[in-house]
Design a binder for this molecule. Sequence first.
Ligand SMILES: C[S@@+](CC[C@H](N)C(=O)[O-])C[C@H]1O[C@@H](n2cnc3c(N)ncnc32)[C@H](O)[C@@H]1O
Length: 251
Amino acid sequence: MTTKYDRIGIGYASRRRPDARIAAHIASALGTSRSVLNVGAGAGSYEPEGAFALERSRVMIDQRSPDRAPCVQGSATHLPFRSNSVDAALSVLSLHHWDDPGAGLREMQRVAERRVVLLTWDPAVSRFWLVKDYVPEIDAIDQEIFPGMTELEAVLGPCQIRAVPIPHDCCDGFLGAYWRRPEAYLDRSVRHSISTFARIEHVDESMNHLREDLESGIWTERYGSLRDLEELDLGYRLVIADATRGSTGPK
Ligand SMILES: C[S@@+](CC[C@H](N)C(=O)[O-])C[C@H]1O[C@@H](n2cnc3c(N)ncnc32)[C@H](O)[C@@H]1O
């Protein structure tokens, strides 16, 4: 079966390189977990050594370097692993693509003995200049596909939620990565690695608007002060759940 990432994932690994500062946040959330299953693993960013991986798209699996963990092709909603077979289940910027995020989260909780760790985006924190002023269609889509923190807790039980501020020179090219480098969004190859752009119809018009505002100085007038910041909270969150608990109480 062909998946969305078989289409949009070509060349992904060259633009979506793991950022060391984000990796440190994820490592801290995984704590002392020794065996980790990375769900929606893509090319293997942020995967700890010795992890196992599961990914739906063949194009993404083929971009994994040979020294990466073994990767099973499958879906988050039906994990082909025994219950309590790993210390922690991890998923990085993937659950908003799943057909049934609730089912996938319950699966992560089933296979993890101790902890479920998600890097996701909180739709309640919607304040990115690119989305607000230039591509509001992205917000409409993201509000629909990203589960809110309360929805996550309804499945996973009480979670620890940590903000992950995005460094100004983030090398993992997701949507918010270039908040201090506005010119980057004008580059088609940058946008190609950001899945939501593939769902927007009038991207060229939006990018012309951004180009004009950069050339005229309007962008700098409105947002130039961002250039003084080293990192920015755009709503990316680490969600850490105790796998022994869930919506239905202790396992
Ligand atoms: C934005 S990428 C993130 C990849 C990787 N975690 C990273 O941080 O670079 C989202 C990934 O989730 C995968 N994915 C989407 N739906 C999935 C599903 N139902 N089960 C497993 N993986 C899925 C996609 O194929 C894609 O590789």
